[in-house]
Design a protein around this ligand. Structure first.
Ligand SMILES: Nc1nc(=O)c2c([nH]1)NC[C@@H]1CN(c3ccc(C(=O)N[C@@H](CCC(=O)O)C(=O)O)cc3)CN21
Ligand SMILES: CC(C)C(=O)C(=O)O
Ligand SMILES: [Mg+2]
Length: 261
């Protein structure tokens, strides 16, 4: 096993929590790595927070590779995760393996794909052929058109049961990591105790093995963030203030300064 990944497994066993954040470009990856982040995720959320779309469905594999290359250059010791985008892996294990290969060549260490037990065969196919896989269950944004909005998952007993079966099937298929998004805390806690894969929660409570947040939420670059996110900074406001000051300085003649010749 990859030395870095065995440390994630060891920390799971010892109850040591790990943190990831999304990164979409070189500076974001560099700041995350310098801050001691354990992993960066090149998320297809970039379609929303970078490109301004309403969902992630328009993101292409080529775009994911482009961003993964930038992130890899800044990621240092961080483990680099990259999302397979909508349409690049669902058809067959072979399609997933080919698309995953593109992301690996772009510099990703771990390839993430959305879906439950129906993806177990694909996870096994890729894992057996040397690809580190991260599964993603619960609120899987690539399926938002089936729900109509970003809704929390697993609230009924039957749904919680299904999440449990999915996580177990994906872990047994060889997924090293499982992201659980917007699911009840107790469901995520129980799954984290019972599967070998390292669990990564987002809106899934404190008892997953690791946490992930979207960088634009952490930094306050989004107009609005999901209820579970914590905004550690309001960088959007700060950027706007800096731009406004610059506009004012140009108008007033305060910038650029007059140089003696
Ligand atoms: N900026 C950003 N941060 C994210 O974490 C994120 C995105 N965008 N876009 C893709 C998905 C969507 N995310 C979400 C969004 C909302 C809820 C949520 O809990 N919504 C409320 C109701 C919201 C409503 O109906 O208006 C809920 O209780 O379901 C969860 C995950 C997480 N992901
Ligand atoms: C929020 C995480 C889990 C994600 O899939 C993304 O950023 O695309
Ligand atoms: Mg994603």
């Amino acid at each position: 096993m990859h030395k870095k990944i065995s440390r994630w497994v060891k920390d799971k066993q010892q109850g040591i929590k790990r943190a990831l954040v999304t990164a979409y470009d070189y500076p974001m990856a560099r700041f995350a790595a310098a801050a001691g982040m354990h992993g960066v995720l090149v998320g297809d959320s970039l379609g929303m927070v970078v490109c301004g779309d309403q969902d992630t469905l328009n993101v292409t594999l080529e775009q994911m590779c482009y961003h993964t290359r930038m992130v890899r250059r800044g990621a240092g010791e961080c483990l680099v995760f990259a999302d397979l985008p909508f349409g690049s892996y669902e058809k067959s294990p072979e399609q997933a393996w080919e698309s995953a290969g593109e992301l690996l060549r772009a510099g990703a260490d771990v390839i993430k794909l959305e879906g439950g037990a129906e993806m177990a065969a694909t996870v096994a196919f890729c894992a057996e052929r040397g690809i580190n896989i991260c599964a993603h269950i619960g609120l899987t944004p690539q399926r938002v058109r089936q729900w109509g909005s970003f809704q929390r998952q697993g609230s009924t007993d039957a749904e919680a049961q299904r999440l449990h079966h999915e996580a177990a099937a994906l872990s047994a298929a060889g997924a090293r990591f499982v992201v659980m998004e917007a699911v009840p805390d107790q469901v995520a806690a129980k799954i984290s105790r019972e599967i070998d894969a390292v669990t990564i929660g987002i809106g899934a409570g404190p008892d997953t093995d690791a946490q992930v947040l979207v960088a634009h939420d952490v930094l306050g670059l989004e107009a609005e963030s999901p209820p579970f996110a914590r905004r550690y900074l309001e960088a959007g406001n700060l950027q706007q203030q800096a731009f406004a000051q610059y506009v004012q300085d140009v108008a007033s003649g305060n910038f650029p300064p007059r140089r003696p010749h």
